[in-house]
Design a binder for this molecule. Structure first.
Ligand code: G3P
Length: 452
């Protein structure tokens, strides 16, 4: 492990009278740091799609660009897991900043060096690198959440943090579009305009990386504070033990993650949830255009509403799982996926000519799907000791992206091409039902009680 990445050293405990004030201040500070940081990552997750229309005008086909785009999901899936294992043994403050700076550098290079957007193979490599560095955002955020917030408050706090990705993803398009327009004028004599979709979100991400570095702190003990469990008298197990020793990768993998049946269950559930998340989102513009007669502008709005509807939906889901089901995530996930299934069927069966119903169905899916997405991340944090949090979330990401997101792109495309949209939606509905049922396995599990 590189020295600069090592977890921050524990320092001498602060005097007792300073603990409460310092904890309150730092908890808010680190939370804002990871919220802004993760929103910053999402400015650079899908911005390539805003450069795609211009690249199509340059002569690239949709298939070629779709192939290049898939590099992000493939790399992200592997990276969230592999970099998750590194993150669990790293200083979250350094790790989250480093990943954001690296993803910004990749985008600046793609923006300023024309050869890097000149062929599908080169774009695939660059987007793969981008996807890899993107995988350095979730795990350190998870590490901060589990070290600064105790078990009983994690549902609500993780839900609030989780909307960072909707905020970042939602702001990406306007920033990229303004960037494209600025670059059309400020072209440095050689840029064409579309490069602005890389350059301007990347510049903002660099500023966010600096702010995030100033705000995030690795662990309470590195600031002279007691572990969060002692501070809040809120323990993951009845014997009040908490794990404060940093683990080796072998211990994390073989003692806490790969031999943990609950982690495997949510990893499999994540395949279905992510298939629906990206199966609806990525195909929405094409489906709405081909089957419902939406133009690009109208389907762009529908896409935007889908993302932003996820914010209140996620908060409600976190609240319900904490307050109504007292920390049991399974029932909340089941109910939200039931709603998604119904909305997918309405979205499918609504005849052309009723755009309001299409938009309402899409908003309902966006409102409902991000709760289960968040709950799986939260369960990953719940089901392992805090020193293994990033790895557990990373494993669910690996399954979600490779088995869910990438498959949603490939299999949905193949089914729709050969059998039509009805078959595509039948598949989506079946997968949505499977996602719903998969929450039954963790129906009665609460917080970290699986560790007892
Ligand atoms: O799909 P991811 O890995 O970017 O995660 C998005 C949300 O934060 C899931 O909780």
């Amino acid at each position: 492990m590189a020295n600069f990445l090592k977890p921050a050293k524990h320092i001498e405990p602060l005097p007792k009278e300073q603990v409460d004030d310092t904890y309150k201040k730092l908890r808010l500070q680190v939370f804002i740091g990871i919220f802004l940081g993760y929103a910053g990552y999402y400015l650079l997750r899908k911005n390539f799609s805003l450069a795609m229309p211009a690249l199509i005008d340059e002569g690239f086909s949709k298939t070629e660009l779709g192939f290049a785009l898939s590099a992000i999901s493939i790399a992200y899936g592997f990276s969230k897991f592999i970099m998750g294992t590194v993150s669990d043994r790293s200083n979250a403050r350094v790790f989250i900043t480093l990943g954001l700076v690296l993803t910004a550098i990749v985008n600046l290079l793609m923006g300023f060096i024309p050869v890097l957007t000149s062929s599908v193979a080169i774009m695939f490599v660059m987007l793969f690198l981008n996807g890899w560095f993107q995988g350095m955002g979730w795990p350190p955020s998870g590490r901060v959440l589990v070290h600064w917030y105790s078990v009983s408050e994690r549902g609500g706090k993780t839900a609030i943090w989780n909307v960072a990705h909707n905020v970042g993803g939602g702001l990406m398009a306007p920033i990229a579009l303004v960037g494209i327009s600025i670059t059309g004028t400020l072209s440095f004599g050689y840029l064409k305009g579309f490069e602005g979709a890389f350059i301007y979100p990347a510049i903002i991400a660099l500023i966010i990386a600096l702010i995030s570095y100033m705000l995030v702190r690795d662990t309470p003990q590195s600031m002279g504070l007691p572990p969060i469990e002692d501070y809040r008298q809120d323990y993951p197990s009845k014997n009040k033990e908490t794990l404060e020793v940093e683990l080796t990768t072998k211990e994390i993998l073989f003692k806490y993650v790969l031999n943990n049946k609950w982690v495997w269950m949510i990893a499999i559930a994540n395949i279905f949830v992510y298939f629906v998340r990206y199966g609806v989102l990525d195909w929405a513009p094409t489906y709405l255009n081909e089957e419902k007669g939406f133009n690009l502008n109208e389907s762009g709005w529908a896409y935007f509403l889908y993302e932003w509807a996820g914010i209140p939906g996620t908060l409600l889901c976190g609240y319900i799982s904490d307050k109504v089901f007292k920390g049991r995530r399974g029932p909340a996930g089941f109910i939200f996926m039931l709603g998604v299934t119904i909305a997918v069927i309405i979205y499918w069966l609504n005849p052309p000519g009723n755009p309001l119903i299409d938009n309402m169905a899409l908003i309902a899916i966006g409102f409902l799907i991000y709760g289960p997405v968040m709950l799986i991340g939260l369960q990953a944090l719940d089901y392992v000791p805090k020193k293994a949090a990033g790895t557990a979330a990373g494993l669910t990401g690996l399954f979600g992206y490779l088995g869910g997101a990438v498959m949603a792109n490939i299999i949905m495309g193949m089914v729709v091409d050969s059998l039509g949209w009805d078959s595509g939606f039948l598949l989506l509905t079946i997968v949505s039902v499977l996602a719903m049922l998969s929450f039954i396995f963790t129906w009665n599990k609460r917080g970290q009680e699986v560790l007892k």
